[in-house]
Design a protein. Structure first.
Length: 177
């Protein structure tokens, strides 16, 4: 029977007739398919979230690497220098390694951080390096200990949240010359 409003409609192609013939129509989705697709999309979202968080932690690790390298540079310079050229906090000499670390007006201190400068800017982060040298006291009166305590403190602000970060390295330097 033909419907006058819908001339293309025919009972032969209705879902009831297909079901009577044993053919099932699978045009809809079941609850299991919906739950499975939601769980897969959630799993993919969690993987993306974990990857993006790992990139943020890589930035934080990279800033620690720069701080460690700045402290290591100061330590290695102190170990390579002659003992009398290291200086100490108490003496006010300007020709010491300690004075070189605390000033940026040396001939070899250039803008890009080469040389021993107190403030180094790397990747938009400003690292402040403070070097202190203390003469270790001697246990025997009349003799110097020929030992210095060398401390490097590197301070910077984390790029992600602006939290102040500190890295400190302490070593002793002995007179080997």
């Amino acid at each position: 029977m033909q419907n006058s409003r819908f001339p293309l409609h025919c009972d032969r192609f209705s879902a009831k007739s297909w079901f009577r013939l044993g053919i099932t129509v699978t045009t809809g989705t079941t609850l299991i398919e919906i739950v499975l697709s939601i769980s897969l999309m959630t799993f993919l979202f969690l993987i993306g979230w974990a990857i993006s968080n790992s990139f943020q932690s890589i930035k934080k690790v990279r800033s620690y690497e720069v701080a460690v390298s700045l402290a290591t540079q100061a330590m290695e310079a102190a170990r390579a220098a002659r003992f009398r050229e290291i200086g100490a906090d108490k003496d006010g000499r300007k020709d010491t390694l300690k004075a070189d670390f605390l000033s940026s007006n040396n001939l070899f201190d250039v803008e890009n951080g080469e040389g021993f400068v107190p403030v180094v800017k790397v990747g938009g982060i400003e690292y402040k390096r403070d070097v202190s040298v203390i003469d270790a006291p001697s246990m025997i009166d009349g003799f110097s200990s020929e030992l210095k305590l060398f401390r490097v403190i590197v301070k910077w602000k984390a790029q992600e949240d602006g939290a102040p970060m500190v890295f400190e390295a302490v070593s002793t330097v002995s007179n080997q010359w």
